[in-house]
Design a protein around this ligand. Structure first.
Ligand code: SF4
Ligand code: SF4
Length: 369
């Protein structure tokens, strides 16, 4: 179809768009029956850019029609009704789908005898519970894309900490870090405990645009995180970093200053929350007074505990920066006093003292050119 632009004939439907190889409709099968608290599902509902409602109602131009199956948000009555698309996918009878896993994956191999750590529905022949591991084995090889949501599903998280009895791990530890989905994508990891709402929805939207054939695969780093979200540290986006640079540190949790000496791990943690805020730019962690505990990181939580102790590297860097910070603070204080005054020519006296020179007026002696 073309329209007359008045100057030239302009195509409204570029050739490339007509020929895109993507899907018009796709399902999202979301399983949170890992070692999970469902916090990532709940967090996702706080996203506004885009919202999950926008996605499932088809309000975002260019996305495929999305059929979301998430137990927290399902309109079904649960039970077998809810399991229908999951069973169909396991049989190979469901069209393209994205598998989303929430929660860490327990190690079934360490169970002696019968039993299971976690399950999702029952085997219809034997009545025995179907484990999360069984579902992953059935669905991951058939999925067009596989997404791990939250730090538990991505890297193991709190449920995989030292001393846990379940041998829990992240999805890439279970499927292999070189896993490729039917859509030739690696696992897409969106860490966070919980996920920052828009971090997840942005990533999902990118995957959906890729499914529609109108975007390249999302760029991921070596830990399979979206690069544009996790490519910078907390510290690089924290609005308390000026205090750090000036060697001015909080001694308690009521101070607006840098919190590195009271437990903040921000300088070495990949996360954008302080820069982005939590909901609609509001909230966060160190930017609003909560130390960063590294909840997005593969080493979380063990590498960061005990949370409220000063990180070792933090004590070294904060000691080194103190003399520089004290000097810079003093110099800035002097400059600040200078620029905190109005110029002397701003007054209401009878004379003009601004230095104005009307040299272009004819007949004026000064400055006729
Ligand atoms: S509070 Fe944490 S993230 Fe913010 S400037 Fe200090 S060390 Fe960096
Ligand atoms: S700033 Fe730190 S504690 Fe907050 S979400 Fe990011 S990694 Fe987690």
């Amino acid at each position: 179809m073309t329209i007359d632009s008045g100057t030239s004939r302009v195509s409204q439907e570029p050739e490339a768009a007509r020929e895109r190889p993507g899907f018009d409709e796709i399902s999202i099968l979301w399983i949170s029956e890992g070692m999970s608290c469902d916090g990532d599902t709940v967090s996702m509902t706080a996203s506004d850019q885009p919202s999950i409602e926008d996605v499932v109602l088809g309000l975002i131009p260019g996305l495929p029609k999305v059929n979301l199956y998430n137990k927290v948000l399902s309109p079904s009555l649960g039970g077998e009704d809810y399991l229908v698309p999951f069973r169909a996918a396991a049989r190979g009878d469901l069209g393209p789908f994205i598998l989303v896993i929430e929660g860490s994956v327990p190690n079934q191999n360490i169970i002696e005898g019968d039993g299971y750590w976690t399950s999702f529905g029952n085997d219809q022949e034997t009545g025995e519970p179907l484990t999360l591991n069984w579902w992953i084995d059935q669905l991951a090889p058939r999925a067009w894309a596989v997404v791990a949501v939250g730090t538990c599903a991505t890297y193991g998280g709190i449920h995989a900490m030292a001393g846990n009895p379940t041998g829990s791990m992240g999805l890439a530890d279970y499927l292999g870090w070189d896993f490729r989905s039917q859509g030739a994508l690696p696992i897409v990891n969106v860490p966070g405990c919980p996920i920052q709402p828009e971090n997840f929805m942005e990533t999902l939207t990118w995957v959906l645009y890729h499914a529609a054939g109108s975007a390249p695969p999302p760029p991921l780093d070596h830990m399979l995180r979206p690069q544009w979200l996790f490519g910078r540290t907390v510290h690089e986006g924290c609005d308390r970093a000026a205090y750090y640079e000036q060697g001015d540190f909080s001694r308690d949790y009521n101070s607006p200053k840098c919190q590195v000496k009271i437990g903040c791990w921000g300088p070495v943690v990949n996360c954008n929350v302080p820069k982005r805020g939590w909901m609609a730019g509001i909230g966060g962690c160190p930017n609003v007074g909560g130390i960063c505990i590294g909840c997005t990181m593969p080493g979380f939580p063990d590498a960061f505990m005990p949370f409220m102790d000063e990180p070792t590297g933090g004590s070294l860097s904060s000691v080194l920066i103190r003399p520089y910070g004290a000097f810079i603070r003093r110099m800035r204080g002097i400059t600040s006093m200078a620029v905190n005054k109005e110029p002397r020519w701003r007054h209401n006296r009878d004379e003009l003292t601004s230095g104005y020179d009307p040299h272009w007026r004819a007949g004026r002696e000064s400055g006729v050119r």
